[in-house]
Design a protein around this ligand. Sequence first.
Ligand code: DGL
Length: 262
Amino acid sequence: MPETRILMFDSGVGGISVFKDIKARLPWVSVTYAFDNQAYPYGELAQDELVDRVEQYVQHFIETQSISLVVIACNTASTVVLPRLREKFSIPIVGVVPAIKPASQRANLGVGLIATPATVTREYTHDLIKDFAKDKDVKMVGTTELVDMAEQKLRGVDVDLAVLDQVLQPLKGNIDVAVLGCTHFPLLRNEICQVLGNDVTLVDSGDAISRRVEFLLNESSITHSNGDLSYDVFCSAEPYSRSALQSSFTELGFSLIKIQPL
Ligand code: DGL
């Protein structure tokens, strides 16, 4: 059986949080990690443009590589792009959306949703809250500042806890469970925990996504592969602080960052 390769997509480094869960569960799966840094941040991008860009970028990799499954490792994109991708491509497309349901099941005091400015306004997100957290007080914080902090952290820059504290202020004392509704945020898990305190449980979707990927590969009878394993990384424009960013990717086993313009 040849190598099994999945495509993971995000606007930046956020998908790395999901990659870690997938790598832990499926260490035999090769990964192409593609990020559209040219249009970053997706949380501030017009919806139509976002959908078109994701479709084009995903199409490029499906056409040029042997991809078995796609993970849209971005909540902001997943809340709007999944129907279009599933209509267009025949391979399984897995999305990442805010883990409102498990968070609501655990919460006694209230649920905090920390996501991008776009995700907190999406109909998809509001439907999740209506369907799974109707009886809970849900407080939302839409922030690009935290997304930027995660990008910086992966480039070796320390997180400013005072700024983080300020952004998360509306949640403090009001919640006992926080949903990390952007894939960048699990990369700041320790810092968010320091600011919100140990009494607040942080919930993300990474493990559930890795289980979903495992299930879908099994369903397609892909249970292992004998090919060489590799982790490749592409972005749509020259990344800033390339060498610091490369160090983080190298640590995870990725090859050199390549530019694939959209
Ligand atoms: N990582 C992305 C998410 O999960 C979006 C970050 C951004 O580009 O705004 O929503």
